[in-house]
Design a protein around this ligand. Structure first.
Ligand code: 2AM
Length: 186
């Protein structure tokens, strides 16, 4: 099973974000857009995991969140990785507040104990809105930055759990299912 650890947002916030990003979708960029219910903040991608290891992963997430309190996640700003001119991922930003960075760090630490390699890259908390097609031509995104600058969106949500998610790859994009929720303290 293909697993990752994520923070999920409430449906109304995802919907508002989807609506705010509409000018990007209608601009005709060569991007596969993520449906609103597929938008999440990935803390750690685990990849293919044997089903009998899932209980260990659940325990590790429990240890990672131990003592962590609920916190407010702020969403705002749009961008792209690795660059706005040749994007692979188009995203909405999340404010890298200390509670979020600490949580991500602890998830990394606990999962490393189980043999999942540490992420080599810095943590840039984001919500993936779309993924560029591999064969997108140079120049296809010329006005992306201007279009993003014209968007105004801010949203806040109380983070109440860290979730173990399963990703099932399908022809029309990935389907995500929540397999476990590790609750943060109130
Ligand atoms: P992304 O949003 O930055 O693309 C489920 O596939 C989640 O895991 C996605 O949100 C994706 O992050 C992340 N993900 C997928 N493949 C990954 C990989 N090889 N390394 C790191 N994260 C990955």
């Amino acid at each position: 099973m293909r697993l990752f650890i994520a923070i999920n947002l409430p449906p109304d916030l995802r919907q508002r974000l989807w609506e705010a990003a509409e000018p990007l979708r209608t601009a005709g960029y060569p991007v596969r857009w993520v449906a609103p219910d597929g938008v999440h903040l990935t803390l750690k991608f685990l990849g293919e995991v044997k089903p009998d290891r899932e209980p260990q992963v659940v325990v590790a997430i429990g240890l990672a969140v131990q003592g962590a309190k609920r916190f407010t996640l702020s969403v705002g700003g749009f961008g792209a990785f690795p660059s706005l001119s040749r994007p692979r991922v188009v995203w909405a930003g999340c404010e890298p507040v200390p509670a979020l960075e600490l949580l991500q760090h602890r998830v990394e630490q606990e999962l490393e104990r189980l043999g999942f390699p540490l992420e080599g890259r810095a943590f840039h908390p984001h919500l993936t809105l779309g993924r560029a097609q591999r064969d997108a031509r140079a120049g296809a995104f010329r006005d992306l930055e201007d279009r993003m600058d014209a968007l105004t969106f801010t949203g806040e949500s109380m983070v109440e759990s860290v979730d173990l998610m399963e990703s099932q790859l399908a022809r029309d994009g990935a389907r995500y299912t929540r397999r476990h929720a590790a609750l943060l303290a109130g």
